[in-house]
Design a protein around this ligand. Structure first.
Ligand SMILES: NC(=O)c1ccc[n+]([C@@H]2O[C@H](COP(=O)([O-])OP(=O)(O)OC[C@H]3O[C@@H](n4cnc5c(N)ncnc54)[C@H](O)[C@@H]3O)[C@@H](O)[C@H]2O)c1
Length: 262
């Protein structure tokens, strides 16, 4: 399919956390469907490698989403480069695991700074520009950990739960302006973030995730597999597309049934 023929042909899309994992897959999905993508990430080298893999298809712009001034500049630059943004996908995220009694102030603050405030900075900057135009779609990648308690993941889960509710409130405020705001909540997905939790024996780690771990009060994955980044990217592009034109304030779980609510 030529770029001009895809579902997002002619659309301008801003992506955070674009260099690796789910974000890179989200970029690939939008590019495949004809979008012009402004790809951002705190990892400038990773972003360069992504751009090299997709010559001409994306504009790469290093961005740390915790910096509100840099976010404002990035969104302005994206609009100067690509024209008015149609879609913003917030994918950047970090995972800091620790029991609460050992959780450091730095890990707590960083989790909220990236996973919650980062989404606030980016969507606020985009919403200010989209509101007078009366169109746009914002999709944020949260986590199924926002909806079910997980041992050792309090900072992460709290940051993602805040983001889900923030996005619903934003969706309510922006609905009269024709702007939709939704979250995608992945379960375990095959990326560096997930693998980092598996320790030395990666196979055993993957098995534990699929089969569940009663000692950790963790159900397994009823569909019997770990998500691939493309599974999450599909949900993001769907919610960003006109096929989802009547969907807003929704939280779409893509977790193979792991939280027994799918
Ligand atoms: N992998 C999973 O199992 C899983 C499950 C649920 C939710 N998620 C969420 O999906 C999203 C993507 O995660 P992933 O698994 O692809 O992880 P990843 O670590 O592979 O990718 C995360 C990306 O975010 C970027 N990033 C980190 N901090 C940033 C910052 N301050 N500013 C800009 N970019 C920053 C990283 O450089 C990286 O490219 C995250 O929000 C994560 O919380 C992942």
């Amino acid at each position: 399919m030529s770029p001009a023929e895809g579902e997002f042909a002619g659309r301008a899309v801003f992506v955070t956390g674009a260099a690796h994992g789910i974000g890179a897959s989200v970029v690939a999905a939008f590019v495949r469907e004809g979008a012009r993508v402004f790809a951002t990430d705190a990892d400038a080298d990773g972003l360069r490698a992504l751009a090299a893999r997709r010559p001409g298809a994306i504009t790469a712009h290093p961005l740390d989403v915790t910096d509100p001034v840099a976010v404002e500049t990035a969104v302005a630059t994206a609009e100067d480069t690509l024209g008015p943004l149609d879609v913003v996908a917030c994918v950047a995220g970090i995972l800091r695991t620790s029991p609460v009694t050992e959780l450091t102030d730095a890990d707590w603050s960083a989790s909220l700074a990236v996973n919650t405030s980062g989404v606030f900075h980016v969507t606020r900057a985009a919403a200010r520009r989209m509101t007078p135009r009366g169109r746009g779609a914002l999709v944020t990648v949260a986590s199924n950990a926002a909806g079910v308690p997980r041992a050792g993941m309090a900072a992460y889960a709290a940051s993602k739960a805040a983001t889900v509710m923030y996005t619903k409130c934003l969706g309510l405020e922006l609905a009269p302006h024709g702007i939709r705001c939704n979250t995608v909540s992945p379960g375990s997905t095959l990326t560096a973030m997930q693998r980092a939790m598996w320790g030395e024996d990666q196979e055993a780690g993957a098995r534990r995730v699929v089969e569940g771990d009663p000692a950790a009060f963790r159900t397994g994955i009823p569909l019997g597999r770990i998500a691939e980044p493309a599974d999450i990217a599909d949900a993001v592009t769907f919610l960003a597309s006109d096929r989802a034109r009547h969907i807003t304030m929704h939280d779409l779980y893509v977790d193979g049934g792991a939280t027994l609510r799918a």
